[in-house]
Design a protein around this ligand. Structure first.
Ligand code: PGA
Length: 241
């Protein structure tokens, strides 16, 4: 795990965007793993700037998102599908046909989960994945538990996640209770991972991820076993390491 501590979120966004830009330049048809939440927004802004300068070309890139709420339509303003178009995909020259966000569509969601992992494998696997981390140490919507879930699956959101995400909804009652998420195994198959954490509220989770035991009660701790993880922290998120 390489750990970099920066002054602020904007500088982290630029640094992380450069890693993604370098991947797109090296491999124009690369497979990129994207995330939602507040944390990656400065990186998405920096990627849009690089695109506007003509430095990167997304036309052949393929993308897979980590997760999506269950039970809300893709057009809902809080759907992660819409988030990605609002914040990145509509602002760069990505081919919408190359964009994948998990979404349970059939009567049997388990089939949709298996199909999502199969589609990632068929694309050759994820070359570079961006991650945030939850206050409870979750990555994607893999919540603390007794095992590290392998593949994409349907998950019940924890109280901590509902509490953290209620800021995007009119009230906590409106936060969906379930989501579809890539599993820990799906994420660990990415060839390279960049994780960003900013703010004092993430310091405990960051410390458990870096210094704690590898334990499914802190899902991000599994990243200690990944051979190519770069962690970007601001000083607040790095306060306890
Ligand atoms: P945040 O969420 O970026 O909105 O803090 C991160 C996460 O829950 O993984």
């Amino acid at each position: 795990m390489k750990i970099h501590v920066y002054e602020d979120a904007a500088k982290i966004g630029k640094a992380a965007a450069l890693i993604f830009a370098a991947k797109i330049i090296e491999k124009p048809d690369c497979v990129l793993g994207f995330a939602t939440g507040s944390t990656p927004l400065p990186m998405y802004e920096a990627l849009v700037e690089l695109r506007n300068l003509g430095l990167i070309n997304f036309s052949l890139a393929r993308t897979f998102n980590l997760d999506e709420y269950a039970g809300i339509d893709r057009s809902h303003e809080q759907s992660y599908y819409r988030f990605m178009f609002d914040n990145l995909f509509s602002k760069v020259n990505i081919n919408p046909e190359n964009v994948m966000v998990p979404y349970p569509v059939s009567a049997n969601p388990d089939d949709d989960c298996k199909a999502y992992d199969a589609t990632i494998d068929a694309a050759g696997g994820i070359d570079l994945q961006i991650l945030g981390i939850g206050h409870n140490g979750h990555i994607a919507f893999n919540e603390p538990g007794y095992v590290f879930p392998a593949g994409t699956h349907i998950v019940d959101l924890s109280d901590s996640t509902i509490e953290a995400n209620k800021r995007f909804f009119a009230s906590a009652d409106e936060v969906p209770r379930q989501a579809i998420t890539m599993g820990i195994g799906s994420i660990m198959k990415a060839r390279e991972i960049v994780l960003i954490a900013t703010g004092r509220g993430k310091a405990e989770a960051v410390s458990a991820m870096i210094n704690g035991e590898i334990d499914p009660m802190c899902p991000a701790s599994i990243l200690q076993l990944h051979p190519a993880v770069t962690v970007f922290l601001d000083k607040e998120a790095a306060a306890l390491i």
